[in-house]
Design a protein around this ligand. Structure first.
Ligand SMILES: CSC[C@H]1O[C@@H](n2cnc3c(O)ncnc32)[C@H](O)[C@@H]1O
Ligand SMILES: [Zn+2]
Length: 432
């Protein structure tokens, strides 16, 4: 099978206009071959897209995909208490098998939600990479390095694990997996580790990804210890190169927004996590107005509690308006961009556009739901009304991952059973 035509639907163009057109996918190259009328006859196989909108696959710019195991395990707490009282003690009991099972569950959920690419920071990342290879998505993966609570030598070992993963897995899964060096945050990784390992990561030529300026409590210790705002400290450590991307960026002041614009480092906005942990409201409109590249991420399922970029887009629009005190801020077209081209650009994956020659990473959204009727404006529907369950087909790199809501690359029942068993055993160990 080498060509596949998606027929009878409408497409979302890169300029966010909507047209009636078919999409011809070259499955050998994984690229879009042609967009235009009546392409069924040019294809070996067709897929129905009538009453549907073909969009670029959604890109989740910041996730901890295996945290599906801890979905609903600890809710309604602020970040510090949530991590230190519940999440980190449970994560201490994780096994590589559990992480792989949790990752598969998250990948299943993401395919169902039309997500074709994501960035992920966690432990046992070789098991996450194996799951990504099987599931068929694109990903930017990195081992999360933490030095707080460790002797210096143990922290160095952790950073070495991060470097080795970035070196060995970059280009895996026929190029669908790219890597990054991923220190957890500015307060959980020591200055010494940054000073030693940032140059080593640069030698590998991989991006650096970390959590930054997520809560107000994280800003004060950096100002107290280093005498500068967190992003000035990050810049001094060499963490703000154009390929680098920061998760959250909630508590950024004017000088830090300028710094992001000057350095071209990107921010991945995670509105649901920021609301649930009451971390604050990121100044998304101000960041965009300053020229900062902004993507959209779910964060882990334990602080969200789902992995749907459509939900995230709606949340981004809603909280963006509140943050700006302006109903025109973070408009529908903006959040659709954040969930597609914004995230793709931020995490450096080639996705996000429906045009000939672009990677065939697509989601097909069923428009027949009552909640999507009438169809005055399909960009508005993507931003404010569509849900993960409206996605009917998902294609990545030209391969069909889901057809008519049936995921083809993972056995959904088996994935759910194994993840349930691993999650139950994990919680039992954590609470023993
Ligand atoms: C070192 S692997 C990643 C690490 O990050 C934790 N985590 C999950 N969500 C957040 C968040 O919103 N801020 C900071 N850290 C977070 C996760 O549980 C892992 O321990
Ligand atoms: Zn995170």
């Amino acid at each position: 099978m080498s060509t596949l035509a998606l027929t009878g639907g409408r497409i979302l163009r890169p300029d966010l206009t909507v047209d009636r057109a078919d999409v011809l996918v070259d499955q050998e190259t994984g690229k879009i071959a042609e967009i235009g009328p009546d392409l069924a006859d040019a294809a070996d196989e067709t897929m129905d897209a009538t009453n549907s909108l073909i969009t670029p696959g959604f890109v989740n710019g910041h996730c901890h995909v295996a945290m599906t195991l801890l979905r609903g395990y600890a809710d309604d707490k602020p970040l510090d208490a949530w991590l230190s009282e519940d999440i980190w003690p449970a994560e201490a009991e994780l096994t590589p098998e559990a992480i792989e099972a949790g990752a598969e569950l998250g990948l299943l959920e993401m395919i169902r939600a039309g997500t074709t690419g994501f960035a992920d920071m966690y432990f046992s990342m070789e098991r996450v990479a194996d799951a990504v290879e099987r599931a068929g998505l694109r990903a930017r993966l990195g081992h999360g390095v933490i030095s707080v609570g460790k002797e210096h030598e143990a922290a160095r070992e952790d950073a070495e694990t991060g470097l080795a993963f970035a070196r060995e897995y970059d280009g895996a899964a026929e190029g669908r997996i790219r890597t990054a060096f991923m220190p957890h945050s500015l307060t959980t990784v020591s200055t010494e580790i940054y000073e030693e390992y940032v140059p080593k990561a640069r030698e590998l030529d991989v991006p650096i990804h970390l959590h930054a300026n997520e809560t107000a409590d994280e800003v004060t210790p950096i100002v107290d210890e280093h005498g500068v705002r967190p992003l000035a400290y990050a810049r001094d450590l060499g963490l703000l190169e154009p390929q680098d991307f920061l998760a959250h960026g909630v508590h950024v002041d004017e000088t830090e927004i300028e710094l992001l614009a000057e350095t071209d480092a990107s921010v991945v906005h995670c509105p649901a996590s920021n609301m649930k942990l009451a971390s604050g409201m990121a100044p998304v409109q101000t960041l965009r107005d300053a020229g900062v590249t902004v993507g959209l991420g779910t964060d882990g399922a334990a602080s969200n509690n789902d992995l749907s970029l459509l939900d995230e887009a709606r949340d981004a629009a809603m909280v963006g308006k509140l943050a700006a005190d302006d109903a025109a801020a973070v408009a529908a077209d903006t959040v659709v961009e954040l969930a597609t081209t914004g995230s793709a650009e931020a995490i450096g994956l080639p996705a996000g556009r429906l045009e000939p020659g672009a990677p065939a990473d697509l989601a097909v959204v069923d428009l027949t739901g009552a909640h999507l009727t009438p169809a005055h404006d399909l960009v508005s529907h993507l931003a404010y009304a569509a849900a993960a369950s409206d996605v009917r087909h998902t294609i990545c790199d030209g391969r069909v991952l889901m057809r008519d809501r049936e995921v083809l690359t993972l056995d959904a029942n088996d994935v759910r059973e194994r993840a349930t068993a691993e999650a139950t055993a994990l919680v039992e160990r954590a609470e023993a």
